[in-house]
Design a protein around this ligand. Structure first.
Ligand code: SPV
Ligand code: MG
Length: 578
């Protein structure tokens, strides 16, 4: 269910009466379960002119039909679906919609049963119930061969009066449905019954016909309005143009009908599509040919609120994603400085260690599950929550080996951060919102640099979209990566991988399974080189994932980060930090 379309019972209950009092003409659509109700509730068509909506149409409410409620359960419409089951359907519909509901109450049963039924409908927020003046057990009105027995109209009116008196609210409405035409009687009988019901406590009249022409209905309307003028009582009029379906609802409205009900169309649509799809699959031995009759799974997910749930889950999970900081690399750029025997995370930038700068950003974002992987030196950090892992083999291994030392941590998804960069909150906030399997953060400014200015250790990235489009947005935009590595010719590269990436739980699972399958082989061929898995950098495993068909997205940024590879980088950064 989606949480988007909801309303409290008391508000919904009053809607029909309110609309009718203001003279609004209403179009009502059938629903037989939560999904059909959602579709009836949310369907809207609009006409635009010069980019402005000049006309828009949607249904005003929902009809819970006995025919379709029964048929959806595989039953005939003969009153065999019991009251509890009907109430269950009505509740299911009420829970996922916010439009008024009119319930088809069949004959209403005997008086006391009807009183109890109405009291329950009222509590559920149903606006109105319609009962037909046939004898129990009734038969559906559309089957011409069915034998129909009418109820004594005075007995029927009394049943309505009793239920009206049992109702708690003034807003709950009961409509008296005249079945004279259905049972083969003439206009005179129908008008005679209308007069009795006008003089009862019924709130409105429903006139039914199962002919393909609207003549019976039009004659009734004329007779009814004369009767109203004569008695001085006017109650709203409803009809169900299932058989006389060439008449537009606006024609019925202009004749004097107040509520037009499309009483079975969602179920008939589903029935036809289901039959076609089943036959097509049997005929072809696959489902491909049935595609035109099918909604996509995504469309269903959208309608029932699954996408809302996954978006909220992703937001919640942002906070729980473990952060892995890789800081075990060799600090070649600092060989002549006092940091030569230190992990890069300990270098000082304007009085503050690089790792402390990273931790500040993470803390501000509420990210507390942080693992730091270091090689040489001890991190001199007071943060007790920081989990530190030592890569004792840091001289003979590379970044993938370091990452895998935290294998237990990364299984449920993680955010990877290289230890030699500083970055702003905004960047990580945007990355956290991404929910694709693997998203790497990339920067396009390499394109502005001369080829020889690009360091040989830079992880270059080739994107599928870069070449296809000239219009790109920054920050939240992602593009599909087609290659990554330090060996890509800079003139073919679109971006630089900055050393921050997010792996969803599924992305992490893919990474681990590919890593383990690689471990089972002795050495692996990457392009021209043959590498031992111990010599894999993060970009090597990302490339291997691409080779194996995984999808990797690049999130593009062009500011908010810097890398620290040597004392010169530090002095550049210090110039920028206030
Ligand atoms: C229904 O939809 O169940 C109705 C209308 O009662 S009809 O089927 O036309 O009788
Ligand atoms: Mg019915």
């Amino acid at each position: 269910m989606t949480l988007r379309y909801r309303i409290l019972p008391s508000e919904r209950l009053a809607m029909l009466k309110l609309f009718l009092q203001t003279g609004r003409k209403l179009r009502i659509m059938e629903a037989h379960d939560g999904l059909s109700a959602l579709i009836a509730n949310t369907s809207v068509i609009s006409r635009e002119q010069s980019g402005k909506v000049i006309e828009s149409h949607q249904f005003d409410g929902l009809w819970v039909s006995s025919l379709t409620d029964s048929a959806a359960k595989g039953h005939p419409d003969t009153g065999v679906v019991d009251v509890s089951s009907r109430l269950q359907t009505i509740q299911e519909i009420a829970l996922v919609t916010n439009k008024l509901i009119i319930v088809d109450g069949d004959t209403g049963g005997e008086s006391s049963q009807f009183e109890y039924f109405c009291s329950k409908l009222e509590c559920l927020g149903v606006s109105a119930v319609v009962i037909e003046d046939k004898q129990y057990p009734k038969r559906n009105s559309l089957e011409l061969g069915a034998i129909q027995h009418l109820e004594d109209p005075k007995v029927f009116a009394k049943k309505i009066n009793r239920a009206k008196e049992a109702c708690l609210s003034k807003e709950f409405m009961i409509f008296a449905r005249i079945e004279s035409f259905i049972a083969g009687y003439d206009l005179k009988e129908a008008i005679k019954r209308a007069e009795i019901y006008l003089n009862s406590q019924a709130d409105g009249i429903f006139i039914h016909s199962n002919l393909s022409s609207p003549n019976q209905i039009y004659q009734f309307i004329d007779g009814y309005y004369e009767l109203c003028a004569h008695t001085g009582i006017k109650k709203p009029l409803m009809c169900v143009p299932t058989t006389y379906n060439q008449i537009y609802d606006h024609e019925l409205f202009s004749k004097g009908i107040d509520v037009v009900i499309y009483a079975n169309h969602n179920l008939r649509a589903a029935h036809k599509a289901m039959r076609q799809v089943s036959n097509s699959i049997l005929a072809h031995g696959r489902s491909f040919e049935a595609t035109p009759y099918l909604s996509s799974v995504k469309e269903i997910f959208e309608d029932v609120g699954f996408l809302d749930v996954t978006a909220k889950d992703a937001q919640d999970e942002e906070k729980q994603f473990p952060i892995i900081i890789l800081s075990a690399g060799k600090t070649l750029g600092f060989i002549d400085t006092k940091f030569k025997d230190q992990s890069i995370c300990n270098v000082n930038i304007k009085g503050k260690k690089l790792i402390d700068r990273q931790l500040d950003v993470l803390k501000n974002l509420g990210l507390n599950d942080i693992t730091l992987i270091i090689g040489k030196g001890e991190p001199q950090i007071k943060n007790k929550q920081l989990h530190v892992i030592h890569n004792k083999d840091y001289t003979t291994t590379k970044s993938l080996f370091s990452l895998l030392l935290a294998e237990e941590k990364i299984k449920q998804g993680f955010i990877l951060i290289f230890g030699d960069i500083i970055f702003e909150e905004e960047l990580l906030r945007n990355l956290s919102k991404q929910n694709k399997d693997v998203v790497i953060v990339v920067d396009p400014t390499i394109n502005l640099k001369a080829k020889k200015q690009i360091k040989s250790s830079t992880d270059l990235v080739v994107s599928a979209n870069y070449r296809a489009s000239t219009l790109r947005k920054l920050n939240m935009d992602t593009e599909r990566v087609i290659d990554i590595g330090t060996d890509i010719d800079p003139s073919n590269a679109d971006y630089e991988f900055i050393g921050i990436a997010k792996f969803s739980p599924h992305g992490a699972e893919l990474l681990l399974s590919i890593y383990h399958s690689l471990c089972n082989k002795k050495s692996i061929k990457i392009e021209k080189n043959t590498k031992n898995i111990l010599q894999y950098d993060i970009s090597d495993i990302l490339r291997e994932m691409l080779v194996q068909g995984c999808s990797i997205e690049a999130m593009i940024i062009n500011k908010g980060w810097a890398e620290i590879h040597n004392p010169e980088d530090i002095s550049n950064i210090e110039g920028l930090i206030k």
